[in-house]
Design a protein around this ligand. Structure first.
Ligand code: CP
Length: 313
């Protein structure tokens, strides 16, 4: 695997999940694979899970790890060619990407959507800028439109905790005070499209996601109907796609509660706002898989980095 930008870069998902689970059982089996190699993690946005789990995964493979909060510590980057750079931006992506390539063997990048300009976000200027001008593999640690490390961790969690022939899985929108990106929901949908499951997306009118991603998924605007007989419920907020980046409303009736969840398992990528997105009683119950998901972030990252290291040989 040259780069990891999307869940589809893994090839067969079931094989990847099984490989990640074998790394979970034996984390140091490939501790020499990354010897004398370096991964550079560049964060343009905040993180807890991605930052720590990716560092841990890299360390398990014997890599040196460099971490930089590029958004606050790096020079402001220019992405357009031909710009007269006489304003705030000090460095061009052309130099920055090539320079990082001198110090590392893999670059991992987190750069969220700005949610102001759909076209600009969908162009993935940071991720694609590094991909274009770096000479080494790129890992997506959550970009404008995708969070494939989260999606792989979710696939591992699903495999471990929902071993039914064809479970009913619901992705449900939830209220949130801030405008949030679509990346987690998009990648979860792309991952579910590779699963044997009855998959339903539940969101209020006005919150339908990009139809190029949801494709022929069932989208229901009545949460109660969507949740009927669900085995697993993945809750996530996202801002409007049609009315790009806007919070149209924060309808509290869409918050997940124990009553609505019934006997289903609960998933969320974290961080989560308690009693806004989901009630305490859900998160505090045995039905919640959020900590298992966070744990699986390490094994997802380790599988991805391992495959990239193997392709460098
Ligand atoms: N789920 C997730 O990506 O968490 P962080 O934003 O804390 O990395």
């Amino acid at each position: 695997m040259k780069h990891y930008l999307s869940i589809t870069d893994l090839g067969d998902l079931e094989t990847a999940v099984r490989e990640a689970i074998s790394l979970k059982k034996n984390p140091y089996a490939f501790e020499k694979l990354g010897k004398q190699k370096t991964i550079c993690l560049l964060f343009f946005n905040n993180s807890l899970r991605t930052r720590l789990s990716t560092q841990k995964a890299a360390a398990n493979l014997g890599l040196n790890v460099m971490v930089m909060n590029f958004g606050t510590e790096g020079w402001q980057l220019e992405y357009n060619d031909g710009t007269i750079m006489d304003e705030g931006k000090s460095e061009h992506i052309r130099e920055a990407a090539q320079v990082v390539s001198q110090y590392a063997d893999i670059i991992a990048i987190r750069a969220f959507a700005g949610l102001l300009d759909k076209e600009e976000d969908e162009a993935e200027i940071v991720l694609n800028g590094f991909k274009k001008f770096a000479s080494i593999p790129i890992v997506n640690m959550e970009s404008s439109v995708a969070h494939p490390l989260q999606a792989l961790a979710d696939a591992i969690t699903l495999h471990e905790h929902c071993q039914m022939e064809r479970p009913k899985v619901v992705l449900s929108w939830a209220p949130h005070p801030k405008a949030l990106p679509h990346a987690v929901a998009n990648s979860f949908i792309s991952m579910m499209q590779l699963q044997k499951a009855e998959f339903v997306i539940a969101n209020p009118i006005g919150y339908d996601l990009n139809p190029e991603i949801t494709k022929d998924c069932q989208i229901v605007h009545d949460q109660e109907r969507a949740l009927e007989n669900a085995n697993l419920v993945y809750v996530k907020n996202w801002s409007s796609y049609a009315n790009y980046g806007r919070v149209l409303h924060q309808n509290p009736a869409w918050m997940m509660t124990k009553e609505k969840l019934g006997a289903a398992k609960f998933m969320h990528c974290l961080p989560v706002r308690r009693n806004v997105v989901v009630n305490d009683t859900v998160l505090n119950s045995d039905q919640s898989l959020v900590i298992a998901q966070a744990n699986n972030r390490t094994w997802a990252a380790q599988l991805v980095i391992k495959r990239i290291l193997e392709s460098l040989k």
